[in-house]
Design a protein around this ligand. Structure first.
Ligand code: URA
Length: 433
């Protein structure tokens, strides 16, 4: 086979075979296919698209390019969850113990945050002592005994995706639906899941700016799951504002705990119940998503969901006292109000601006090596649809320095206030399964 012929074949709108796609990915991973030819192919895919069969083969070839996590010694159907990236998105912190509390095994690999989005691992590490590195044996045993473990990535998963993603980043080929779908799905499948729930965020601050492209991405990922013998559901969710009120590591732990106890923000609670119901249903613990939802609601009301979070923290060596008394979590020296520049109604809270302010306060990393200040962040005082008076607080900055003029400006720049009442968009636009 010659790469030039395969680029030409794809350029002419023909379908690549499974053998050809596996040959390309193997060659690209081991360096026999150079970046310039792979760039040409990526650009061709950008314009020509890919069939379901091609996307599935590309996904599986990337899965096979590296280590694959074997979860077969964990009893039951393993269901994972993925979000295309949100600010203040602490859904995993709620979902994992909630779903585990009805007996569904949650064997989750999570990531760290970079830039304006936070990572689940950083949030968990706000709890003193919390261990995100477990040996494979301990990880499996913990999931079998407790039904929940959350760790950092172990082994080298999908090196082909890592290399291709870096190339796409510099060749204007990131926003190609088949390439995004196969990139995300390869990582989920390599991590060992049998079924996957995908939260696809839609909005100006999200990867997918409009419903049509979000729907195409969601359908592509569900198709890949289907073709590779796995179950999947995708949820198109609104990013008109951050999820919940809190952005920042310890602040988000507090909000997740409140949600597990039944008094969290309405949007975070609803999203956790909807995605969680599908996870329980896919895992075969309920005959329908409606029955699954009732089970989850019951476990929030009877305290079992929160108790599971406590047990999870103890199992991974976190300081339980910090969960039982949330004031012991890292905090901030100053809490500073961000005043509304005018009166009216809140129309939009741009997640990127809020995430950026939290990051510059120290809640996130600008570069991979930055250290995190777990206690700082932003807490919204208003949500979309709320009325606000001039000078009234729209948010509070939790800071460990007094000079926060820049962050106040950033938060204000991200909040749209208009005279007429705002239309609140639905939290979940569509479910594709
Ligand atoms: N996230 C991924 O993991 N891959 C992409 O291609 C885009 C977003």
């Amino acid at each position: 086979m010659r790469m030039v012929d395969l680029i030409e074949k794809k350029r002419n709108g023909l379908e690549l075979t499974a053998e050809e796609i596996h040959w390309i990915i193997t060659g690209y991973t081991n360096g026999t296919i150079p970046d310039y030819q792979m760039s040409a192919l990526a650009m061709t895919i950008f314009y020509q698209g890919m069939t379901k069969a091609e996307m599935t083969e590309l996904t599986m070839a990337m899965v096979e390019s590296g280590d694959q996590i074997d979860l077969s010694s964990i009893a039951g159907i393993k269901v994972d969850k993925h979000s295309t990236g949100g600010v203040g998105d602490k859904t995993t912190l709620v979902l994992a113990p909630l779903v585990a509390s009805v007996g569904v095994p949650v064997a989750k690999m999570s990531g760290r945050g970079l830039g304006h989005t936070g990572g689940t691992l950083d949030k968990l590490e706000a709890i003193k002592g919390f261990q995100i590195e477990l040996s494979e044996e301990t990880f499996i045993k913990q999931v079998n005994d407790l039904h929940i473990a959350v760790i950092g990535q172990s082994g080298e998963l999908t090196p082909a995706d890592k290399k291709l993603y870096a190339l796409r980043d510099v060749t204007a080929t990131v926003d190609s639906i088949p390439l995004i779908a196969s990139s995300i799905m390869s990582k989920k499948i390599a991590a060992g899941s049998d079924a996957i729930c995908l939260d696809v965020k839609v909005g100006s601050g999200a990867f997918m700016k409009d419903i049509e492209s979000a729907r195409s991405l969601a359908k592509a990922m569900v198709d890949i799951a289907d073709h590779s013998g796995r179950k999947a559901a995708a949820f198109l969710t609104n990013m008109q504002e951050p999820l919940g009120f809190a952005i920042g590591n310890a602040l988000e732990i507090k909000e997740a705990v409140a949600t597990l106890k039944g008094h969290g923000p309405a949007d975070l609670t609803e999203l956790s119940l909807v995605i969680g119901s599908y996870m329980v249903y896919f895992a075969g613990h309920a005959d329908s998503v409606e029955v699954a939802r009732a089970m989850l609601e019951a476990n929030i009301a009877n305290g079992k969901a929160y108790e599971k979070f406590e047990a999870f923290v103890v199992a991974q060596h976190g300081d339980l006292a910090m969960i039982q008394n949330l004031d012991l979590l890292p905090g901030a020296a100053y809490v500073i109000a961000v005043p509304a520049p005018k009166a009216g109604y809140i129309h939009e809270i741009e997640a990127i601006a809020l995430g950026h302010a939290a990051m510059t306060l120290g809640a996130g990393r600008q570069t991979k090596d930055d250290t995190i200040d777990y206690g700082v962040g932003v807490v919204l005082a208003k949500k979309v649809g709320d009325a606000v008076a001039v000078g009234e607080a729209v948010a509070y900055l939790h800071a460990n320095r007094e000079d926060v003029a820049k962050e106040i400006e950033t938060v204000i720049s991200g909040i749209t206030i208009q005279a007429e009442p705002a239309t609140k968009l639905p939290l979940i636009y569509e479910i594709i399964d």
